[in-house]
Design a protein around this ligand. Structure first.
Ligand SMILES: Cc1cc2nc3c(=O)[nH]c(=O)nc-3n(C[C@H](O)[C@H](O)[C@H](O)COP(=O)(O)OP(=O)(O)OC[C@H]3O[C@@H](n4cnc5c(N)ncnc54)[C@H](O)[C@@H]3O)c2cc1C
Length: 441
């Protein structure tokens, strides 16, 4: 692909992975992103001098595509999580089998059922539970994580183990989440070390694209196609009037933005456009609080028991990821419950902070009287919902995307699984497909 220039639209993990793969195949690449920093839903920011990951927090060493892509070393997170129930902090490392069996929030009977039902299945299908979503067992995909765990282990186990990660990071109740996706979370959580970027995901992604042209603050508003000498080309038009030309493009935005960029060249009832505009998404937000006091470093995430939570599902103490590094201030992040996502999504930052602060103080008492600044990060297009049946739906979408008769590939976690590793898998796949198509023309 030495004479080929590709435009990548979107600088989240999917776009960066695609750009890197295309560079490795010899293409020159220009990556355009609407925001001031790379990372998308995993972008980082600096708040009062403290680097903070505002969306995605952690990966594990078994995210092999992601770890293989990142040029900078990642920090091993030494501490686990906790669940706050009846005022007591119950330590737990989500995903760790040993920690689950020692966890005081489950009854002895639930542990026996866990050991006889879920854990053997996890071990048996470990390789199928891949973030690409391509091999997820269909029997598990068809049912919800909540239904399965409630039926086979118990309602308390569903409340304690299944709801917190679904509520906290996806703003979803677990009866709207595929068992296959939940087990994929479990597979990665139980496999390897937990890792965080030392200086934020955006900085880590900058390092991946050192030798690539990256244009930040470039929102692509339309794409044009032209054909010369049987060779097709694309022109990306950005807000503000700037344009970029290339032989082909990868659209690595969310699905709605991708539909907007493709729709001028497709029939209104085109199956791919219909899918992109209707695939279920869940918008969410993060409340970030800067704190001028030491916060506990014995757990990274504290989840509120789902039976007690009203507005707040979980808090992350940013510094606890780097427990061995002294930092003068901390940022504590809070995520809303599914009900609070609906109630507060369009509220002002002040209203959100007022609604969430009291419960965040219950989870992290060190916050009281020490918050110096609050900031809300919104993910308006949201995260794709891994609903029961999603894996089959995504397989169909990948097929539709592969059959596009334009010099364009699609990438994004909405085509795989809503994880950083899922985004990287989709970016690498889109780059390989596009490179193969271009080499045949
Ligand atoms: C609160 C939260 C917590 C999470 N926690 C974790 C976690 O701990 N671990 C984990 O693995 N995953 C986590 N995830 C999921 C993870 O963040 C995503 O799966 C992943 O970041 C998606 O990457 P992406 O590249 O597919 O999409 P995005 O990150 O959404 O990237 C899309 C990019 O396209 C750009 N863009 C959009 N439209 C245009 C346009 N018209 N022109 C130019 N650019 C455009 C956007 O600015 C953005 O940078 C979390 C998600 C959320 C919301």
């Amino acid at each position: 692909m030495n004479d080929t220039h590709i435009i990548v639209i979107g600088g989240g993990f999917a776009g960066v992975a695609a750009a890197r793969k295309l560079r490795a195949r010899g293409a020159t690449v220009t990556l355009l992103d609407a925001r001031a920093s790379l990372g998308g839903r995993a972008h980082s920011d600096v708040l009062d001098g403290v680097s903070v990951d505002a969306g995605a927090q952690l990966i594990t060493s078994s995210f092999t595509r992601t770890v293989g892509m990142l040029a900078t070393p990642l920090h091993r997170v030494a501490v686990g999580d906790a669940v706050l129930r009846d005022g007591a902090r119950l330590p737990l490392r989500f995903g760790s089998v040993r920690s689950l069996l020692a966890f005081s929030g489950l009854t002895a009977l639930e542990k026996v059922r866990l050991a006889t039902h879920l854990l053997p299945a996890l071990a048996r299908y470990r390789h199928a539970l891949d973030a690409s979503g391509a091999h997820l067992p269909s029997a598990w995909d068809g049912e919800s994580a909540r239904d399965y765990v409630e039926r086979h282990i118990g309602a308390n186990a569903a409340d304690t183990l299944v709801e917190p990660p679904c509520n906290g990071f996806y703003g979803l109740c677990a009866d709207h989440v595929s068992l296959a996706f939940f087990l994929t979370l479990g597979r990665y959580g139980s496999d390897g070390d937990v890792l965080a970027p030392a200086f934020g995901w955006s900085t880590a992604l900058d390092a991946v694209l050192m030798d690539t042209e990256v244009v930040r603050g470039a929102r692509v508003v339309s794409l044009d196609y032209a054909a010369h000498d049987r060779r097709r080309s694309v022109t990306a038009h950005c807000a503000g009037g700037r344009t970029w030309h290339g032989d082909a493009a990868i659209i690595a935005t969310g699905p709605r933005a991708a539909a907007a960029l493709l729709s001028a060249h497709r029939a209104p009832d085109d199956a791919l456009i219909t899918w992109l505009t209707t695939v279920p998404m869940r918008s969410t937000f993060t409340l970030a609080l800067v704190v001028d006091a030491a916060t506990p470093r014995d757990a990274v995430a504290i989840y509120r028991d789902v039976r007690e939570a009203r507005n707040v599902s979980a808090c992350v103490m940013h510094n606890a990821k780097f427990a061995d590094v002294a930092r003068p201030r901390d940022v504590v992040l809070g995520w809303p419950t599914p009900a609070a996502v609906d109630a507060l999504r369009d509220a002002s930052a002040e209203h959100i902070a007022t609604a969430m602060l009291p419960e965040m103080e219950t989870l992290v008492p060190a916050l009281r009287g020490h918050v110096t600044r609050a900031r809300v990060y919104r993910y308006d297009e949201g995260s794709p919902i891994a609903f029961p049946g999603f894996a089959r739906d995504r397989a169909r979408a990948r097929m539709l995307a592969d059959s596009l008769d334009l010099p364009v590939g699609l990438a994004g976690d909405y085509l795989t699984t809503p994880l950083i590793e899922g985004a990287v898998a989709s970016g690498e796949r889109a780059a390989a497909q596009l490179a193969d198509r271009l080499s045949r023309r």
